[in-house]
Structure formats: C-alpha cells, structure tokens
Design a protein around this ligand. Structure first.
Ligand code: CMP
Length: 387
C-alpha cells in the first residue's frame, strides 16, 4: 500500500505539497524532453551532444511511461474516483482527455524500446508534438481558453455563422463578376473562396486580385467587413476571459472568506456581497505590505501566515484570522505602522471605497473593526504616551 504522500504525488487534483512537487518535476521533464528531442534533430551537432540528447529523451520517455503506469494503478484511490469500482475508475481516467493525452505521451517510450536510440527526425518531430500536447493538457492557460470557448460558444457560433455567410456570399458574387476575366481564379465558387478567405481575414496575400471595378468594390467592402468580424470575435473572447477570471477570483475569495472567523457571523447573501468587494493576494515571507506614513488605500484580512506590525520602537505579531490596515481608513490618517510578512501569507484585501460602502451596509461588522482599532490605539498610546 503506497503512502498517502506518494498517492497524492500522482493525483493531479490533490492539493498536497507532494503533488505540486511531482507536477513541477513532470513539467520540468516535459520541457527537458521537448528540448532534447528538438536539439536531436539538428544535423550539424557533434555526435556526443546528439547522444546526450538521445539519453535525456530516453529518460524522459521512461519517466512518462512509469508515471502513466503508476497513475493507472492508483487511480481508484484518488478522491474523485473513490466512489467507483477500481475497474470503472481506471476506465474513466483512461478514457478522459488527460488520460488519453498521457497515453499518447507514452508512445515515444514504446518507439524508443522498439526502434532503439537511433530514431529518425520524423519520429522525433512526433515526440515533440505528443509532449507539447501533454504540456498543453496540464497548462491552466489552455484549460482557461477551453472554458472561455465553451462558455461563449453561442456568441462565437453566431460570429462564425456571420463569417461563413459573408464568405460564401462574396465568393459567389466575385465568381459572377470575375469569372470571364480570370477563369482560372474565379471560374468556380470553390476557387473564388480562396480570394474571399484571404480578403475577409484581412490577410491579403495579393496573389489573387479582382480586376473589374465592381469586383474591386466588393473586395473593399469585404476587407471592412473582415475587420468588423474580427473585432466582434476579439470582443466576445475578451469579455469571456474577463468573465471567467472574475468567476475564478470570486470562487477563490469565497473559499478564503470562509476561513476568516471575522466573517463567520454573516449569512450566505451577505458573504456573497462582501466576496464581490474583496480580492486575494499572496506574498512571500519578508514582503512589505505597506510602510508607516503612507496613505491608507485598503484594509487586509490575514487568511494564512503571520505578519509583523512594526510600530515606532515596538513590534506586534498578527496571525491568520486577524485584520490590519483599518486604522488609517477609520481615522483618515497615514498608516501608523509598517506591516511586513513573517511567513508566506494569503490575505484578503478590501479597498478604501468598498470599505466605506460596507461600513454603511454592515454596521455590526464595522463596530467590531472600530472596537479593535480603539483597543489598538489605547495599546499604542500606553506604550508610546508621547507619540
Ligand atoms: P493602519 O494605521 O492603517 O496601518 C498600520 C496597521 O497596524 C494599523 O492600521 C493597524 O491595523 C495595525 N496596528 C496598529 N497598532 C497595532 C497594535 N497595537 N496591535 C496590532 N495591530 C496594530
């Protein structure tokens, strides 16, 4: 029975640090594998470098093969598959997009085993393709694009339909107008489509151009329509990205808010409202969040980690669940202390405008913050009576 840590190391959704380390190792080896295969295709390289590249490629391929076998073996113990029978769990992962891409990434190992180390440039190119595919399947950016396209499929479909209608209509009209003058380029609608695609996409190779005045007019209109369609597509994708990023941040902040006791008294509706005003931030140890004397533009809730509040001549330590940076907002005074992270920290940040808005909406919450600020003022006044 493997240890939980090892299991975690092979479970892509587990948040254990061992998982992250395993994923980092896999990523590094993936990049190394792509680099070694690419280098191996350079014909002018010395024999020893090519041999080294082949060895690295072989090691990476072996690693992927072992990782695939291990994943397949331990899939039934992953949290998300625990409700299924072992055979069903294995099948589900095997047939999933990530499972299939992982299977493809193992192909180079089999090719190397059957063909020896001296594989041709064509097989090497396939390796690169398969390993790039594996890299893409783990990339959060690619998954983000996939989600955006899926969310916006109806708008993108409408824009694509518009593109196709304009494309075919213009190819047909161009065929009528230009077929007599240029039969080899506009003699049929399919052959006129090449000109329509090149013009509508505003690429304009210039290899096919209309010669009749009406054909040129059509070309001009098509170019302008192409710009409009591209702008439409760019707008849909940009909005989709912004929406998806907002949704992700909302979910992240939602998860963090539930870990701050300060918000524990709020009901679901109030939390949903507050979450919309908060943003999250992660800082390494030793990072200065703000300096003493600065203008206060936000207050902070410490979700994980510890920070040092560096007052004049004294230091106070704050831990997960504490808040800070409220005094400058309440008193409309500069920051009374410098705040520096002691350990890696995750914070929730409430900017000044949202702070005043929430103060009006949730007086009970503000009363808690004000009471703590009062206590801190007293404490600071006692330890620094002249300050
Ligand atoms: P602010 O003045 O905006 O910036 C510095 C912050 O340090 C301050 O708000 C408080 O949140 C925090 N702070 C000040 N004095 C103390 C104290 N005695 N104990 C804990 N935190 C404090």
């Amino acid at each position: 029975m493997p240890s939980d840590r090892f299991l975690g190391g092979l479970d892509p959704i587990s948040p254990l640090p061992a998982v992250r380390r395993f994923q980092t190792l896999e990523l590094v080896l993936n990049l190394l594998g792509i680099a070694s295969v690419s280098v191996g295709t350079l014909p002018e390289l010395p024999h020893v470098v090519r041999l080294l590249a082949a060895v690295v490629t072989g090691l990476v391929a072996t690693f992927f093969l072992l990782a695939y076998a291990a994943r397949l073996w331990w899939v039934p113990q992953w949290r998300r598959f625990q409700t299924l029978s072992p055979a069903k769990a294995r099948w589900k992962w095997f047939a999933s997009p990530v499972g299939l891409v992982d299977l493809l990434a193992v192909v180079p190992a089999f090719a190397a085993l059957s063909g020896g180390a001296h594989l041709g440039a064509e097989s090497a190119a396939v390796f690169v393709l398969l390993w790039v595919l594996k890299l893409a399947s783990r990339s959060s950016g690619v998954l983000l694009i996939w989600r955006v396209v899926r969310n916006e499929r109806s708008s993108l479909g409408a824009a694509a339909a518009l593109f196709l209608v304009v494309l075919f209509a213009s190819a047909t009209v161009a065929h009528w107008l230009e077929a007599d003058l240029q039969p080899e380029r506009f003699g049929s609608i399919p052959s006129a489509l090449w000109w329509a695609v090149v013009t509508l996409s505003t690429t304009g190779y210039g290899d096919v151009v209309p010669l009749t005045p009406l054909g040129r007019l059509l070309g001009g209109v098509l170019m302008l329509t192409g710009i409009v369609v591209m702008a439409l597509l760019a707008g849909i994708l940009a909005t989709g990205f912004a929406e998806e990023m907002r949704r992700r941040e909302f979910m992240r902040v939602w998860g963090l808010v539930s870990r701050v006791p300060f918000f524990a008294t709020l009901n679901g509706v109030a939390i949903a409202q507050i979450v919309g005003h908060l943003r999250s931030g992660s800082y390494p140890a030793g990072a200065t969040l703000f300096h003493r004397g600065e203008a206060g533009d936000a207050m902070y809730f410490l979700v994980t980690g510890s920070v040092e509040v560096r007052l004049e001549g004294r230091v106070r330590l704050l831990h997960a669940g504490d808040h800070f940076g409220e005094m400058a907002l309440l008193d409309r005074q500069p920051r009374s202390a410098e705040v520096v992270t002691v350990t890696p920290c995750t914070v929730l940040i409430l900017n000044v405008a949202d702070f005043y808005q929430l103060a009006a909406q949730y007086p009970a919450l503000m009363a808690v913050i004000e009471a703590e600020a009062q206590r801190r003022h007293q404490l600071d006044g006692e330890t620094n009576p002249g300050g």
